[in-house]
Design a protein around this ligand. Sequence first.
Ligand code: SF4
Ligand code: SF4
Ligand code: SF4
Length: 328
Amino acid sequence: MLSNYFAKSGFDLNLKKLIVPGIVMLAFYILGTVLWLVYGQIMPLFFFGYIGTSVGVGLGLYAALPKKKKPLGRRLSLLMVGTFLVGFAAIYGQENMQIEGAFFGLLGGVTQAAVVHYLIAKVFGPMLFGRIWCGWACWTVMILDLLPFKRPAGRVLGRWGWIRYMHFAISLGLVAIAWYGFGYQGGAIGRTAVAWFVIGNLLYYAIGIILAYATQDNRAFCKYVCPVSVPLKITSRLALLKIEGEAEKCNDCQACVKMCPMDIRIPEYVRNDQRVLSTECSLCQTCITVCAKDALKLSFGFDLGGKDYRRERTERVERKVRNEKVAV
Ligand code: SF4
Ligand code: SF4
Ligand code: SF4
């Protein structure tokens, strides 16, 4: 009876599809339990249990919902994790969770929330689950993904990815100058740390929104500016969880490429019998959803990473985006 009801409403409760959401959720609960046993405090179990449940439920909903409603799962996960982390860090912990907060925490030699967060979500976590943070948990993208440019026309011509490395270096330099030059050591915890966190976040939102409108791409901030993507790109190379394709099923229709928010040329990996090795992949699963041939799926495995196949705009598309007249 219940299964009939779910079938009628378009729900697909196939247990196989719930394996990845289950593994992700379990990994967070194991982490929380280990930290509880090590530190003798139950807070980590509550903290990581909540995050694991949110991401797991989001991934599960994404797997079970009918195609058109799938994005709801991801939005829910982004909202639940994003608002929780920002609220928890700023109000409860009085911590700065911007990348500079992690640098201050490291310089202080203490295990502060920002340091733990970066180690788990940006260093060790991506070795298992890739950039799942970017698709399912980031509070910056929680807002940017609401903008209207979900289907980018490709990457902006030229090599603009260097900006994020420069941003990373500036953030590090700023913290070093504040710490060693001015003796300011309150950038990780306390009232000024929270102010840094809030102002920094607002700046990210402002830059992200301006860039999204200028390039007609919700994810422009992620592709060109975000300093957090620097460690993520290194560690996600080793990710066990990636997108895998079946060359026999793929007819090279390019539907997945047109819908990929990170402009990855997925069929080239499929043709080369490789999993999607691009360190830009946020594991959003849009490509899986739009593939009419069911040629793509999530899989666990091991590969050392490889070439980043990305879609770039042509001159013509670039001009079109800038609203210039294009000769047909
Ligand atoms: S690249 Fe940066 S802003 Fe984009 S989703 Fe990842 S962490 Fe968030
Ligand atoms: S949408 Fe599917 S069939 Fe089409 S190119 Fe992508 S993987 Fe191949
Ligand atoms: S390759 Fe697929 S999962 Fe990765 S970012 Fe593109 S659409 Fe999302």
